[in-house]
Design a protein around this ligand. Structure first.
Ligand code: ATP
Ligand code: MG
Length: 403
């Protein structure tokens, strides 16, 4: 039985073009894995038995656009009906230095499977739905077992990024306990991860934290020593666990940076962490904001304090901070519900109203408006335009100095 995604027009067009040119192709990796689990599939990758130049010629003849994304590694991207597909020629890793592989092409599917990382990432599917499973990936997938293909130490020596991939895939697909030999190999090799690039670590780490079982993975990353170098600030997973519950309760999408903040100490040095993990300036600033404890959130203050914070801090920031607040800080459920239900009003008076009272333009007008605004917030936004105008006039007449 073939699934619906294989019937999609762009997929069928691609398959027809390949078959027409005598290229044998199988779906591989994430799409087969996720399909077998009944999860929505992401990108579609295919393995092909023909060298990349030939694949390009065949597809172009059939009228498809092809981009030579990684010819040396056998990868081309085909675009059918505006949809991209990655096609990689069957290959064997000839030589690896722990980061980059020199590859040779092959026509042996099993050899191609053997160079992949985990058993359930080496599942192939033919166009008729036939599955090829060379390393018991299907049973591992059903059991939630993330297992290296072959000797874990050797596979990690070939590419140490696989340690991080192990924890990421466990967080998304695994069930406790961790596969013993795989986990111990990760522990033995944790020190070697120092040499990875910050970008790659950040990508893996954030995707791991976004996963349903991200908290267990974070603890394991810490326990095996992976975080010693990359995140020595690790503050445990308790807040991350709470965060997950709150996100689910409030229907808020998981967010990698927010989840990162949840495993860091409040007030942590976002700039340093951002440098290490190659966060963008914008992301570092957001992380700093997530870790900061000022201005106070006032979660214990109930709806009036929440409305004030929502007005002053904006919904996104408010929600982030409520999601991350300590359990004892107050009624996070109520605060999140309020954030959804209530839209901050606009201050009912403006500079024009102040000028209409005869005030001269200048900084004093701004200060006066700020004072009225603070009064209006203190009154829980109850004052309408008339009351605000009256307050503005009263304060203008009193020549009040700003608070
Ligand atoms: P997702 O795209 O959801 O992260 P995926 O399995 O498609 O999952 P990719 O990183 O897109 O993951 O890689 C596609 C396939 O390539 C994997 O399923 C795996 O078979 C192989 N692969 C990717 N990276 C590595 C690696 N570092 N070592 C060995 N095999 C790898
Ligand atoms: Mg993929």
């Amino acid at each position: 039985m073939t699934p619906a995604w294989m019937q999609d027009a762009p997929v069928q067009r691609l398959l027809a073009a390949l078959a027409g040119g005598g290229v044998a192709a199988r779906f591989v990796g994430g799409c087969v894995r996720d399909w077998q689990l009944g999860r929505p599939i992401g990108d579609i990758d295919l393995a092909v038995d023909t060298p990349p130049e030939t694949v390009m010629t065949v597809l172009e003849k059939a009228g498809l656009k092809v981009v030579p994304t990684g010819l040396k590694h056998g990868t081309v991207t085909a675009i059918a009906n505006h949809r991209p597909f990655e096609l990689t020629t069957l290959r064997r890793d000839v030589e690896t230095d722990g980061r980059r592989a020199v590859v040779a092409f092959t026509d042996d599917w099993r050899v191609d499977a053997a160079r992949r990382d985990f058993t359930f990432n080496a599942l192939y599917a033919e166009a008729d739905g036939t599955i090829h499973d060379y390393f018991d990936g299907l049973s591992d997938l059903q059991a939630g077992r993330v297992r290296f293909i072959g000797d874990p130490d050797q596979r990690i020596a070939e590419d140490r990024l696989r340690v991080l991939r192990f924890f990421r895939f466990h967080a998304w697909y695994g069930r406790p306990p961790f596969d013993g030999p795989s986990l111990e190999a990760c522990r033995r090799n944790a020190g070697a991860l120092r040499g990875l690039s910050g970008e790659r670590v950040r990508k893996e780490l954030l995707r791991t934290l976004e996963a349903p079982a991200g908290a267990d993975a974070a603890d394991a990353l810490f326990d095996t020593g992976v975080l010693d170098h990359w995140l020595p600030e690790y503050a445990g997973s308790a807040r991350l666990r709470a965060l997950r519950t709150r996100e689910a309760t409030a229907g808020v999408e998981p967010d990698g940076l927010r989840r990162l903040a949840a495993i860091l100490p409040a007030g942590g040095d976002a700039t340093r962490i951002g440098k290490r993990l190659k966060l963008s300036t914008q992301e570092s600033v957001r992380l700093a904001v997530l870790l900061s404890e000022t201005p106070p959130l006032g979660l214990a203050g109930g709806p009036p304090a929440w409305r004030a914070a929502l007005y002053r801090q904006g919904r996104n920031f408010f929600v982030d901070r409520v999601l991350l607040a300590p359990e004892a800080a107050g009624d996070w459920r109520g605060a999140l519900a309020l954030a959804q239900a209530w839209t901050p009003p606009e201050l009912p008076v403006s500079g024009a109203d102040a000028l209409a009272l005869g005030l001269r333009p200048g900084p004093a007008v701004g200060q006066l408006l700020e004072a009225v605004e603070a009064w209006w917030i203190d009154g829980d936004f109850a004052a309408g335009r008339d009351a605000c105008l009256a307050e503005l006039a009263r304060r203008a007449a009193a020549g009040e100095k700003p608070a």
